[in-house]
Design a protein around this ligand. Sequence first.
Ligand code: ATP
Length: 290
Amino acid sequence: MAIWNLGSINIDMVYALPHMPQPGETLAANSFDQGLGGKGANMSVAAARAGAHACHIGAIGPEGKWCVDRLMEYGVDTRHIVQSDTATGHAIIAVDPAGENQIILYPGANRGLGAGQIGQALSAANAGDILLMQNETNMQAEAAEMGRKLGLRVAYAAAPFDAAAVQAVLPFMDLLFLNQVEAEQLQDATGRPPQDLGVDDVIVTLGAEGARHFDGRTGAVSDVAAQKVTAVDTTGAGDTFTGYVLAALDRGLPMAQAMAQASRAGALMVTRHGAADVIPDLKEVQDAKF
Ligand code: ATP
């Protein structure tokens, strides 16, 4: 089985600043760090590190080849990542001494995907595979419809949140991942609670409070507790959680077990600084002592 992830690839450029810049100010950074990020890339890495065959469908610009090399190093199948003339998506992240951040996000190549590329990738998929997407690319609804027709399980992580984008994918969705804020925003937009969205499985992550599963078939609600850790950086915790849940479901594990494993992975992730580059692998997750 495989996880087909239509997802963003970003270069995260992190600048430590003495304070946030004022309008018109030129400010020297104290340090600079560059890493692989983007919700899509994070989820592909998480799924691959959790042992799944993760096939990333995405695009980079001329300067983004190292991102593909890095994804390959982490075990992601990169055959369906194309190179476009548009710059690779990137995030310019300013961090002040208190840890507060400001982010400029340029979607770039992530928003230039075409139906042909997605169709070609999915033609290699098998019924029962998982198709995953987030909201940092274009073509989500089109891909979801294609996925449904091919008999794939369609999973969507509704971030960054956009009510119209979620609702466009909703008719084709089997699994939905939301954090608490997104769950509230979606309920405001649709007037429906998670178990009434017509989606088989809705998972709401609750940070240090764990995660909740809503079974759209039976109406059952079940909670998974979080591990007790000291969080230093929550970047990518949700993406890691999603990748781990799907990798476990793809191996045929039941939802409760998939979420329990994902909760351990998410907890380890918040004890580390960084995004895709620090996502734990399955052995680390299994061996971790909490
Ligand atoms: P982000 O956008 O920062 O990646 P998110 O808001 O999408 O995260 P969260 O709900 O913060 O997602 O976290 C996802 C999962 O990671 C949680 O359900 C939980 O299992 C784990 N997690 C997050 N924060 C903590 C924490 N402080 N302690 C333990 N586990 C955590």
